[in-house]
Design a protein around this ligand. Sequence first.
Ligand SMILES: NC(=O)c1ccc[n+]([C@@H]2O[C@H](COP(=O)([O-])OP(=O)(O)OC[C@H]3O[C@@H](n4cnc5c(N)ncnc54)[C@H](OP(=O)(O)O)[C@@H]3O)[C@@H](O)[C@H]2O)c1
Length: 333
Amino acid sequence: MKAITYAKYGPPEVLQLADVEKPAPGDDELLIRVRAAEATKADCELRGFKFSVNWFWLPLRIAVGITRPRRKILGGYFAGEIAAVGKDVTGFTVGDAVFGSAGLRMGAYGEFAALPSKCTIAAKPHNMSFAEAAAVPLGGLNALHFMRLAKIKDGDTVLINGAGGSIGAHAVQIARSMGAEVTAVDKAQKAEMLERLGIDHFIDYTRENFARMGKTYDVVFDMVPRSSYRACMAVLKPGGRYFTGNPRLSVMLRTVLTNRFTDKHASFAFAGETIEELDTLRQMIEDGKIVSIVDRVLPMGEAATAHRLVETEQRNGAIVLSIGEPEETENEM
Ligand SMILES: NC(=O)c1ccc[n+]([C@@H]2O[C@H](COP(=O)([O-])OP(=O)(O)OC[C@H]3O[C@@H](n4cnc5c(N)ncnc54)[C@H](OP(=O)(O)O)[C@@H]3O)[C@@H](O)[C@H]2O)c1
């Protein structure tokens, strides 16, 4: 089968289209015929082994390969079809259209991926193409996790810092569906996309500082690495809730102090990426509450270009790789 492989950590050019052995599913595994995979920030970070939060470096390096990557095929988030099921697997049938997360197992940059059936995999929304569906799990699972933690009520004011990214753009839609008034912070080129997603207010971080605008919020959701914790706290109303997905060690310590000594609640979390959450997302998509935001779909041979676009943020929405022959993935629903 064809797969995008990498044999060493490095720039986008380390990604190579290669012929590799097709995986065989174990007794409790699914063989997925991958039709589309999102090129994510996490894929780029793993490829180059550069992380915005430094303390991730050592535990991840031990997990994924100290001198070179142990798993040669990247790709954590995908949409495709079930090609085969192991003998102990229940709940899936060959031919089912699915989407989901491969977790650290990865492998979605290959035409076939063998994944444990307990991975976060669910029926693909029937109203999305494979490319659109592949762009949902990363942003959607993480955003849903944080928006639920925030316990957003009708009328809450929510500031989303980094709203134009994969997670932020889904958080915008989920917070709106929960009845929040949403203020999005990102750069001007993402304003139009965010307005289409239903934001109430937009702040261009290259021109304005949200902490100096005299407004306060019930919830601050911060997805920007190395943002100012002090600024986020300053714009929280009394009793307000703060969530970050990029916990530096100093921020982790400060959340403890905030919770102990102030009337505000601060929290860092790692999304669990559960099947229940993915199924909730599917339902929200089919109910028209969430749309997929795809900037462009590239053939798998252009994986290096896809990574460059993601790394340099030359995108308005997800960059998706079409896996397999292009004519096989077009207009598939
Ligand atoms: N905790 C968890 O479970 C978890 C899970 C997955 C990911 N993460 C982390 O969460 C972060 C967000 O992930 P993502 O996939 O959504 O990333 P992303 O797609 O890169 O989104 C980040 C967004 O923030 C914008 N931005 C950059 N600097 C900013 C600033 N100073 N103020 C406001 N916006 C700014 C970026 O735009 P420009 O760069 O174009 O300005 C981009 O639109 C990543 O750092 C990732 O490592 C956490």
